[in-house]
Design a protein around this ligand. Sequence first.
Ligand code: GLN
Length: 196
Amino acid sequence: MKIGVLGLQGAVEEHIKQITALGLEGITIKQPEQLQEIDGLILPGGESTTISRLIHRYGFTDPIKKFAKSKKPIFGTCAGMVLLAKELSGSEDSHLGLMDICVKRNAFGRQRDSFEAKLDVKGIADPFTAVFIRAPYVESAVTHVEILATYNEHIVAARQEHLLVSSFHPELTGDTRFLELFVSMVTEYKKELIIS
Ligand code: GLN
């Protein structure tokens, strides 16, 4: 199994390290053609406006949309969540617009720019220590979006079919369980490919 991490800006190397720690192949994606080599794609945290600009500049917009259409799993962490959202709170714009969620950027306010919290995550047995850095949250979601975790009643992790998002940075801890959730989605996708 090969997992790609969009390598235009942000916390790319940290994801690659976690992927490798699971014994999988992690590929830094710098060219749209590389998307054909991978089974799942991670859109990392960073600065969503910058990553979005680079996505357009390097011709990634349509290839990523095509990747999503083929039902290959995509995981957006933090800025990656902002990129996947169909709607951004208080803005007319959206970026890739693939997931039926409305996301509020920098949603936890200034004094809570950066913090850690122990969260109960659906599909993970014991609490998961989540690192939030100028994090967004899901302000609203349509019913077919599955809520995986909340913090102070705000949605901070969710799944819609082959799309997974987290407000926090699972790659910044030594705990690979959230990444394993994504890997299980990629495994599901590969099994379905074999059956169909
Ligand atoms: N606040 C950032 C943005 O909206 C995301 C922060 C992050 O990825 N840690 O781009």
